[in-house]
Design a protein. Structure first.
Length: 743
């Protein structure tokens, strides 16, 4: 917590780390219990509130004729009353907007301000009409609302979760869009979603640019009327594919904002809690590690379906929040409506927020420590992923990063434009490119320079096979680096449509070289290879098998002379009936894993077999273990921590002034998550070895912030070893300098 004298001069967006939001509904003006909510603010130690102001619904008596006032407002100024209470409690006040839709009355007055299809039919969301980002609704009406709210209430800023307008899956043909696009592209609007059409690709980029214009314009209005620290902050998603569908350029936004309001309230079906911490790290990577990322965390029963008025189970809410803390995210409780029959949701935030307050100094203002960077970009999701981002981007990304978490290897999401900068800043030893198909010439140059400078690389699938527009190259852009050349052919499928899988085509295996089964207990038939040759270290742990299950897509490549294939494809054979399930062709020369080491350069691994996607889909431990081995090999086994013990533990290390902070979240039993979490599965003991910047013989002070224990540990060979007896849901270890040795 900042001292009072410092807080007086520190902008709210640098000091408000705990937030609360009662998302008002139209009936709330007649049932809002102000004293109870003020007590809840105090109970949860929040420093800022987000209060519904206007947009679709106004919660104050607006003088704008078409600004729909809440049905039960009855002349009351509910927004003003809540804002005044918050000011009295020394809280930051953010006016919430929901501003991309309007009612029929508004539409009748200004039909050209709303989105329409190619035949002139309006796009609607329920009974509301969707406004167009290129119309006076955004250029005139919304700015008038901002000015009215600032002048009346002196708010600190605005949040808006629907600021970016129509999603990408629909094309607006209103007169404003037709005119604006023609002026930029000298072409008519595309009528279909055709990624091979350069006009459509230009429409995609034009839409992104317009959202950045809106961001800049709204902030200019906020600054003009409310001062330099009055900010307009459009909320952003915790899902990159959702950001793409909304034309929200995360990197462009991060370049233009002082903080991110993260509208990522819960995990979706099949999503593990670790995605929350990962997104915190990803956003910090483009925003800056000295800035804040408050996240709307639903206390209600979000899920499929979304039970808006029911309480979420406490373990589910806790895990989401705790993994957010691991990723540098700040907590923000969120309730739909101001009155609930299900009162259980009110008790969840208080212990979480109390712990956060007590340990705030270890949770902000820090930089990550990791030797591995996993590369991403929205251009890759858009122009390579196109209509299949889940299969081409999400599954490989989730499979690769979950394998890293499973192996307790800390990693950082690295934007493809920031590779050189971040590799130097964080001292990265290896880059991972999980099927990053689209890479620009500049991005290729950065990767090549990294490897030529001694950095390791793990690339998979179609990485670098497409340019920034998603146009296929004749060969991999990284062919010389990876030691392979594309042939234009592949085996198997990358589609995640299990109902349509061909059971023969997906029943494939990978053969490990050299084969070892002659020296492993089991039946012998006399034709086993007899060469007693050692295997490469990336194959550690597979001593008793010569094959691994596969069942995915494999790129057919030509291997350079100085590279070596250590795994090959076993062609498909029947699954059913069992009597036919035997290998017709037990081996092939089709490479699946290629390793390449050049003098003076880093270690390079290329997986033609999409084991990252396979693990993201099927969760076979063999795939995760091999991916972990490959990453360790590319880094030269250089990792800042070693965590030993049972469980699925999400680990992230930070450096903070003169100390190290290690987060461990115990996600055992919730690695993927198909149902709301309702139980904890305590793990332990856990032994943690941390590389520390102190000499051997020195001692370091170790505090465990959850268990409340402390100890002094001697540094041995540059590292400190800490034992955690038991982890329920999480532990945070702080390591600071103790006594220095006299020698």
């Amino acid at each position: 917590m900042l001292p009072a004298t410092t807080r007086d001069t520190t902008p709210w967006h640098r000091r408000a780390v705990r937030w609360g939001q009662t998302n008002l509904t139209e009936i709330d003006p007649i049932r809002y219990d102000g004293p109870w909510w003020r007590e809840h603010w105090k109970r949860t130690s929040i420093q800022g509130v987000i209060v519904n102001a206007g947009g679709i619904v106004a919660y104050y008596p607006s003088e704008l004729d078409l600004h729909h006032q809440a049905e039960h407002l009855g002349g009351r100024d509910l927004f003003g009353e809540i804002a005044a209470d918050a000011r009295a409690d020394d809280l930051t006040v953010i006016a919430r907007m929901d501003s991309n839709r309007a009612d029929e009355r508004f539409y009748i007055e200004h039909p050209d301000w709303f989105t329409v299809d190619a035949d002139g039919r309006p796009y609607r969301a329920g009974d509301l009409y969707i406004s167009c980002v290129n119309s006076p609704y955004y250029d005139e009406f919304l700015p008038a609302v901002f000015r009215e709210v600032i002048e009346r209430y002196g708010v600190d800023g605005f949040a808006d979760n629907s600021w970016s307008g129509l999603l990408r899956d629909r094309i607006c043909h209103c007169p404003h869009c037709r005119r604006a696009f023609r002026a930029v592209a000298q072409s008519e609007l595309p009528r279909t979603h055709d990624w091979d059409n350069p006009v459509y690709r230009q429409w995609i980029r034009w839409n992104y640019a317009r959202r950045l214009e809106i961001w800049e314009r709204n902030n200019a209005i906020a600054h003009e009327r409310g001062g330099e620290h009055c900010l307009w902050i459009g909320m952003n998603s915790g899902d990159l594919t959702h950001q793409c569908r909304n034309f929200r350029d995360y990197k462009g936004i991060a370049d233009r904002t002082e903080l991110v309001f993260l509208d990522s309230q819960y995990r979706h079906a099949g999503m593990g809690f670790q995605r929350n911490g990962e997104m915190g790290n990803l956003i910090h990577g483009i925003l800056g590690w000295d800035k804040l990322i408050p996240e709307s965390m639903a206390m209600y029963g979000a899920g499929q379906p979304s039970f808006r008025l029911a309480s979420k189970s406490e373990p589910d809410a806790r895990f989401w929040a705790l993994d957010g803390f691991l990723g540098g995210i700040q907590p923000w409780w969120h309730h739909i409506g101001a009155y609930h029959d299900d009162r259980r949701q009110y008790r969840t935030a208080a212990p979480l927020f109390a712990w956060h307050k007590d340990n705030e100094d270890a949770l902000v203002d820090r930089t990550p420590v990791a030797t591995v960077g996993v590369v991403w970009s929205q251009e890759n999701i858009d122009f390579y992923g196109r209509n299949r981002p889940g299969e081409l981007f999400t599954l490989p990304w989730v499979g690769m990063t979950d394998a890293l978490i499973r192996s307790r290897i800390p990693y950082l999401p690295i934007h493809a434009d920031h590779i050189s900068r971040d590799a130097e800043r964080f001292g990265l030893k290896a880059l991972i490119l999980p099927n990053i198909g689209s890479l620009s010439a500049s991005q290729l140059d950065q990767i090549t320079s990294f490897v030529e400078g001694g950095g390791g690389l793990l690339a998979t699938g179609e990485t670098s096979l497409f340019n920034e527009d998603g146009i296929r190259r004749d060969d991999f852009g990284l062919a010389d680096v990876m030691g392979v050349h594309a042939t234009g052919s592949h085996h198997g499928s990358d589609r995640d449509d299990r109902a349509s899988w061909d059971e023969w085509g997906q029943h494939t295996y990978l053969r490990i070289s050299p084969e070892r089964r002659r020296w492993v207990d089991g039946p012998q038939n006399g034709d086993e290879p007899d060469g007693d040759l050692p295997r490469h270290e990336v194959l550690t742990g597979f001593d008793e098998t010569d094959t691994l299950p596969f069942g995915g897509r494999l790129e057919v490549v030509q291997v350079a002379e100085d590279a070596q294939a250590h795994m090959t494809l076993v062609p498909p054979f029947p699954i059913y009936p069992p009597e036919t399930s035997w290998m017709r062709y037990p081996a092939s020369d089709v490479p699946a894993l290629v390793l390449n080491e050049q003098p003076g350069s880093g270690r390079v691994a290329y997986l033609a077999a999409d084991l990252d996607r396979c693990f993201g889909r099927s969760r076979l431990p063999d795939h995760a273990n091999l991916l972990g081995n490959l990453v360790r090999w590319t880094t030269g086994n250089d990792t800042p921590i070693v965590v030993e013990g049972p469980g699925f533990l999400h680990c992230q290390l930070y450096r903070q002034a003169e100390r190290l902070v290690l987060h461990i979240v115990n996600l055992t039993g919730h690695e993927v998550g198909h149902a709301p979490a309702d139980h904890l599965y305590p793990m332990g003991p856990i032994t943690v070895t941390i590389i520390v910047p102190f000499g051997s013989g020195d001692t370091v002070d170790v505090r465990q912030l959850v268990s409340g224990t402390g100890s002094s540990v001697q540094v041995v060979d540059g590292s400190a070893k800490v034992v955690i007896d038991r982890i329920a849901d999480h532990e945070v270890i702080v390591v600071a300098a103790g006594n220095r040795s006299s020698g």
